[in-house]
Design a protein. Sequence first.
Lengths: 104, 206
Amino acid sequence: MSDATNPFDHAQIDDVIHGRLRLGIMAYLSTVSPAIFGELKEKVGATDGNLSTHLRKLEDAGYVRQEKRFVGRRPQTRVFLTDTGRKAWLIWIDRMQGLMRAAE
Amino acid sequence: MNQSSLHEDIAYVRDLAEAGQKAPLLGGRFLVFWGALTTTAYFLHYAIAAGLYGWPDIAYAWVWGCFIASGILGQALLVYTIRNKPGGNSAGNRAEATVWMAGGFALFAYFGTLIAKSLATGEPVPGFESSLPLVFAIYGTGLITSGVMANTKALTYAGAGAFAMIAAAIWFDGTTEIWAVASLGMFLTVLLPGLVLIRNEPKSVV
């Protein structure tokens, strides 16, 4: 059973965010949104396929939104952090802070 | 998840969040463009007023007509060129875009009304001559806001320089030399800092 008051309860940690690459994506998008796909790829050090897979997972959770457009003749994907994503991100930060405080 | 990996994750997250926060400003090309255009226009205005080339008064209309046409065309082209630049939606870049857009609207309202009044009355209107303090106030506000938001000292100093130009513009008000002084001021406070920003710009991505 999950206990919101227990900082060590692993069930309270959002699994969608808490993967290394997805953490990086959320952290960058929290300061630059929308970000261009290539910009995000460069910042988090991922391949196209890997980044797409993790973005899809975040998108399925409603944390990010992808928008495709053309710049000149070249397609461009922009990734937005949604309001739901920003709330989930802040909750994750609070959860980590609580965990670290409790562990000290 | 142990304490060590948690600390590593937090450090990684922090690095990425800071990368976005410190994204370079992308307004350098706009400063260079408007700095070069306005420096040239002010100098030519001075040259006509001082009779350097013996041009007739109609040359004022040619200079400022070309300025407006080049400005509209150049601005549209420059907006198009920064759409692939990383960090375009960082807080610093959003603040920069907003403050310059607002400044642009203020200048458009001022000069648009002057031109409309001049066309309606068929006579030159005096507000143009005394526009320099307003122009430098708007440029100074834009430069300082961008500089502080993105922690770019070159811009903040340039903004202070633009504010100093307000005093110079008032001091030389009513003289021919005011246009030469304004031309130099534009070069130093707008064109040069723009070149600094362009040097720090990231490469385009898709």
